[in-house]
Ligand binder design. Structure first.
Ligand code: ZN
Length: 444
């Protein structure tokens, strides 16, 4: 109990704000073209770990694309290690669209503003503040905790978690589970209801390249093998396709909890469950599950032609596809059908779907940690519609949960701030996160 009082201390609560703000000021924009430089942010983190007696290892596949890994030894040598990871890069931000400069890290009226305030320099800062608080008070966690601050999450992860999993697996020895972004922040679907969705799975990524080939020629001539027409037809079929419902264990568990919460009398295990009817009854809370009850494929980019009176011999499109756990075969078969004989498709980039158990002791502990600091909150599992570094670390046998706890004001549409304009996080929310993480990570 004494430890509970000592940590997190007021220094930790101050530091989390300073660290979030200062990390935002280090511009780590990742446009995906290889020009991102995470090194200054990595050095910032490494210095603050070293300060606290935690030895950081800096690792680069490409100069400037720096990752930081460190291990805090636990008190129970028989316990498996826990990975806590956060990425250091951010997506681009156009200052002209923002109320404050996106790389100012301004703290105004109790809110920290800037690119990364949500995704995910806030979590990077919370973890740093917690482990430094432990160092000040001689606190050690039960499990070994491996900290990983990664580069390149917002693009291919080749310079980040992919590289670490491939080349530095030994640093993650003994890690069986991990926590990171995109979960456990409060969501308020209606007045008086606070949900804390903890991510227990991710849909797999299936970015596709479609190529239509045809007969090139003059735009004024008859052409029954027009590549643009062929591509457009395939793209329209893909965009209009209604995918069949495919409920994973996690999504079903989320639906069960939401139905109970909303007083909807429905058997979510019934084979003839009409998911769309249920989603309708859940109102705004449906947003937590609606993108994960099916596979999906959205056309996003088109490339064809160079002159209005020239029919090109080839046309290309890109599609953002996502596959649920267990849904990979269905995805491929459906794409064969929708593209048809005149259009080839291939995986441009592919990552596996993930599913973490929701009946595990770890999920129970994550739930308890949130409920301890917000007893009125409802914790439930959900599946992320997209993906994170957890996919790469899953290759090392690490089961990932999305857990970056924040208690947010009901009127803040936090979900819309991911990669959005005016990204910002309240100081109070950071303090809540530090308390929850401190409690969870010590006893995990
Ligand atoms: Zn992120």
């Amino acid at each position: 109990m004494a430890e509970e009082v000592r940590s997190p201390d007021t220094t930790a609560l101050d530091e989390v704000v300073t660290f979030t703000s200062e990390l935002i000021r280090i511009d780590t924009t990742n446009r995906g073209g290889g020009d991102c430089r995470e090194r200054p942010a990595a050095e910032y983190v490494a210095e603050r770990l070293a300060d606290a007696g935690i030895e950081p290892t800096l690792l680069e596949r490409t100069p400037g694309r720096t990752n930081v890994v460190a291990r805090i030894p636990g008190t129970d040598p028989s316990a498996e290690a826990l990975l806590v990871h956060g990425h250091l890069d951010v997506v681009p931000a156009d200052p002209a669209e923002w109320s404050v400069h996106p790389f100012s890290g301004e703290v105004r009226d109790g809110v920290v503003w800037g690119r990364g305030a949500v995704d995910m320099k806030n979590m990077d800062a919370m973890v740093l503040a917690v482990v430094r608080s432990w160092a000040r008070h001689g606190i050690r966690p039960r499990r070994d905790i491996v900290l990983a601050y990664t580069a390149d999450e917002e693009a291919s992860a080749e310079d980040g978690s992919d590289f670490l999993a491939d080349r530095h697996a030994a640093l993650f020895e003994g890690c069986t589970e991990g926590i990171s972004e995109s979960g456990a922040f409060s969501f308020h679907p209606q007045p008086g209801t606070t949900l804390y969705p903890i991510a227990a799975g991710e849909r797999g990524t299936a970015w596709l390249k479609l190529t239509a080939r045809g007969r090139a020629g003059h735009g004024s001539k008859v052409n029954t093998a027009n590549a643009v027409t062929r591509l457009a037809a395939a793209v329209a079929r893909i965009g209009a396709h209604t995918w069949p419902v495919r409920l994973t264990t996690t999504v079903r568990a989320a639906l069960t909890e939401l139905a109970a919460l909303y007083g909807v009398d429905v058997d979510t295990s019934a084979p003839d469950l009409d998911v769309d009817v249920l989603l309708d009854k859940l109102g705004p809370a449906a947003a937590l599950v609606e993108s994960t009850v099916r596979n999906s494929a959205n056309p996003t980019m088109l490339e064809a032609g160079y002159k209005v009176n020239v029919i090109p011999g080839q046309a290309v499109a890109y599609v953002d596809g996502r596959m649920l756990p267990g849904g990979e075969e269905e995805f491929a078969a459906t794409m064969d059908l929708l593209t048809g004989p005149d259009v080839e498709w291939e995986f441009h980039h592919r990552e596996v779907p993930l599913e973490a158990p929701v009946d595990s002791p770890t999920f129970a502990k994550l739930r308890a940690a949130v409920e301890r600091f917000d007893p009125a909150g409802h914790v439930l599992p959900f599946t992320m519609s997209g993906g994170t570094d957890a996919k790469q670390f899953s290759r090392l046998g690490i089961t990932g949960y999305g857990f970056s706890p924040l208690r947010l004001p009901p009127d803040l549409d936090y979900g819309a701030l991911f990669h959005g304009v005016d990204e910002r996080v309240p100081v109070d929310a950071l303090h809540f996160g530090v308390r929850v993480l401190d409690h969870y990570l010590k006893s995990a």
